[in-house]
Design a protein around this ligand. Structure first.
Ligand SMILES: C[S@@+](CC[C@H](N)C(=O)[O-])C[C@H]1O[C@@H](n2cnc3c(N)ncnc32)[C@H](O)[C@@H]1O
Length: 275
């Protein structure tokens, strides 16, 4: 697999990349200060930051939440298998690095539907000597296909941590967001965990509505959800303490690698355990 260096005008882009319109993975990369995005992605990012300056730091807080949740799962909770859907463009430390630092034999399957993530997936496939890490290009709206492919690497009779981190606000109810989550979580063994973050729809509605419009103008469906709607996604799971909170409030580990900068992060974040 070759990494494809993107350029502002899309020259050198991998086949199948539509670089003229924004895409969630690349806008997110812009928020994180990465280099794997195009002019259209940066433009939407700038518009969102103009709407709310803290937006840029939400992505970083979301990554820190992913790391703390993964450290807990691979450490204290003893999970050895991870299925990360909507994994995004690789950003160190990626989930398998975090999991395999705690548990070198952890096996990780990443899934994303953006061809640019596939083009840059090499770092996602450099697992530890005893663990495994692999990437599948697939759409979360095809849960059966994902489960079938993931089963070639993961043992669904054993607990799995399923991550849907900052993914579901790109999946509409018309596309069956709840049914997709139910299909995926229904395939998990007892003791499995669900790690989820999702844009809040009941924070500052005028601002959220504006963000929805901005994404829509770029051709991207953004679906903020209320606390009650996000709680329902955890059906069949018991939320671990501290429950569903903003990412900086999920078991903060001050002094590790993160800061409490007062950024408002209107994403619901939580980790649940299947009984
Ligand atoms: C905001 S990024 C989050 C990346 C990573 N999970 C994180 O939290 O750091 C959302 C990711 O979901 C992916 N995505 C959006 N819709 C998807 C779909 N229908 N199927 C698979 N991936 C999708 C995007 O390509 C993007 O990489």
């Amino acid at each position: 697999m070759t990494a494809v260096p993107p350029t502002a005008d899309g020259i050198g882009a991998a086949d199948g990349l539509d670089t003229g319109t924004p895409h969630p993975a690349r806008v997110y990369d812009w928020f994180l200060g990465g280099t794997d995005h195009y002019a259209a992605d940066a433009e939407l990012g700038r518009q969102l930051v103009a709407l709310d300056a803290s937006t840029k730091y939400c992505a970083q807080h979301n990554r820190w939440f992913m790391r703390r949740a993964t450290r807990h799962l691979a450490g204290t909770a003893g999970i050895r298998q991870f299925l990360d859907l909507g994994s995004g463009i690789p950003t160190e430390p990626n989930l398998h690095r975090v999991a395999q630092s705690a548990a070198p034999d952890a096996r990780v399957v990443y899934v994303d539907n953006d061809p640019i993530v596939l083009a840059h997936a090499e770092p996602l496939m450099a697992g530890s000597a005893t663990g495994a890490s692999t990437f599948l290009q697939a759409d979360v709206r095809e849960p059966d296909r994902i489960l079938e492919l993931a089963a070639t690497v993961l043992d669904f009779d054993q607990p799995i941590a399923l991550s849907l981190i900052a993914l579901l606000h790109f999946v509409s109810d018309d596309d069956g967001a709840r049914e997709i989550v139910a299909r995926l979580t229904g395939a998990l063994a007892p003791g499995s965990h669900l790690v989820l973050s999702q844009m809040a729809g009941d924070w500052i509605p005028e601002r959220t509505d504006r963000a929805v419009e901005m994404y829509k103008a770029g051709g991207v469906t953004l679906v903020p959800r209320s606390r009650a709607e996000v709680e329902r996604l955890f059906d069949g799971f018991e939320l671990l303490q501290p429950g569903l909170v903003w990412p900086p409030d999920w078991r903060p580990e001050l002094g590790v690698d993160e800061v409490r900068d007062g950024t408002e992060v209107p994403l619901y974040a939580g980790v649940g355990r299947k009984g």
